[in-house]
Design a protein around this ligand. Structure first.
Ligand code: F3S
Length: 397
């Protein structure tokens, strides 16, 4: 691989052992996929930081890196952890032991030492301070949370492949990633479009199930283009982005009017998505009985979404509603009185975590997130999927 002088020096240890090792690993992965060179990144987002996910081996790995002197060369944000330090038992929904808290604290200490910003969210783009990174359409970043990766490419116009948590971490230390995949404009242009303009409805549950359909049928390496989604609220697209990364392996979709592209796309094939297939899958997933809890905020909820919940919930909900979100969005809602209004209606907030990366008790869960549906179905006795507005209607009966 062709390296710059600075990269050669980093490899020889000019910036410390940790930077050299990080760069070596990135070059090895880059060479294995035939990348011609490295490119600088402006930001990294590191996933896989919950003690519930990475456990003791992950904690030891991070501590070792920090003690080797590893420091992030670019701003780095971090995914949710295993619990909300303000409500460690998650209102009784979580099973968090003292060992867990200790392990999680060691992970955070190591990340802080390396220079991470500990907002602890999978939606770093909703955090107040996100603007300070001065990220612009076309900038390359290294993000390691599949939902955020797909949102970055699809909505923000940032370029990132779907990096594993460790690789995003190493990229933050080296300040580089290899030129490959979605960092190349040519690979961001869709070749096949999927038309959903004849669907009788479009919402985040429909788009979640569409992601499942795409995982089955979309075969090329270019992002699929979705036509017929008119003025979608941001949370529809966020849920769609999360779903394409969870039920499949896509890291980007193109939505006209939403996705910034370097040129006008011209696709070679256009397919109508059969509504019947989507409808059947939706009805298989609908709630059939009263859930123990309605789970909103996978990925972490936006402020706009909280206003929708507040508007739809006219009285106290008779099903508990659990919303996971970043500390920053929660703080904004607290400052404006929105959080208090929602809490009066029975909404419970968990910051910095979610039901998937934590250790939760067995529950009957209803959610508007296809990603949450996909993962919780593996660990909960019963999970159902419906759009946010339907869930709120169910909770207000
Ligand atoms: Fe975020 Fe947890 Fe979902 S990390 S994307 S809320 S699985």
């Amino acid at each position: 691989m062709e390296l710059t002088r600075e990269e050669e020096e980093m490899l020889k240890g000019k910036y410390g052992e940790a930077s050299a090792k990080a760069l070596e690993a990135i070059i090895a992965v880059g060479e294995s996929v035939g990348a011609p060179r490295l490119i600088p990144i402006k930001h990294a987002h590191i996933s896989g930081v919950s003690y519930g996910t990475i456990g003791e081996p992950g904690a030891l790995f991070l501590e070792k890196l920090a003690s080797m002197g590893a420091r992030f060369r670019v701003p780095a944000t971090v995914n949710p952890i295993g619990y909300d330090p303000e409500v460690p038992d998650g209102y009784g929904y979580l099973r968090i032991t003292r060992d867990f808290v200790e392990g999680q604290s060691r992970i955070l200490k190591a990340l802080r030492k390396m220079g991470a910003e500990l907002e602890l969210t999978c939606t770093p783009y909703y955090v107040d301070t996100f603007e300070k990174y001065d990220l612009r359409v076309g900038d390359s970043v290294a993000w390691g949370e599949s939902s955020a990766v797909a949102y970055a490419n699809t909505v923000l116009g940032l370029k990132t492949n779907r990096e594993g948590g460790p690789l995003a971490l190493l990229a933050a230390i080296a300040g580089r990633i290899y030129l490959y995949g979605l960092h190349d404009d040519a690979n961001r242009m869709p070749q096949v479009s999927y038309d959903i303009s004849k669907f009788p409805r479009v919402d985040e549950a429909v788009l979640g199930v569409l992601a499942e359909f795409l995982a089955e049928v979309h075969e090329d390496d270019f992002p699929p283009m979705i036509e017929g989604v008119a003025n979608p609220p941001d949370y529809y697209i966020r849920e769609f982005a999360a779903a394409i990364g969870a039920v499949g392996s896509l890291a980007m979709a193109v939505i006209p009017g939403v996705t910034p592209l370097p040129a006008k796309p011209s696709t070679r094939r256009k397919l109508d998505v059969p509504w019947d297939v989507i409808r059947r899958s939706l009805s298989d997933k609908e709630p059939t009985s009263k859930p123990d809890v309605i789970f909103i905020g996978c990925p972490h909820a936006s402020y706009a979404e909280l206003t929708i919940i507040d508007r739809y919930l006219r009285k106290e909900a008779d099903i508990p509603i659990l919303v996971t979100l970043s500390r920053s969005v929660y703080q904004k809602a607290k400052n404006t009185g929105l959080a208090a209004s929602l809490e009066r209606k029975g909404v419970k907030f968990l910051r910095s975590t979610c039901l998937i990366v934590s250790r939760s008790k067995p529950l009957k869960v209803a959610t508007n997130s296809m990603k949450a549906y996909f993962y919780l179905s593996k660990k909960m006795p019963e999970v159902s999927l419906a759009p946010l507005t339907d869930l709120l209607r169910m909770a207000s009966r």
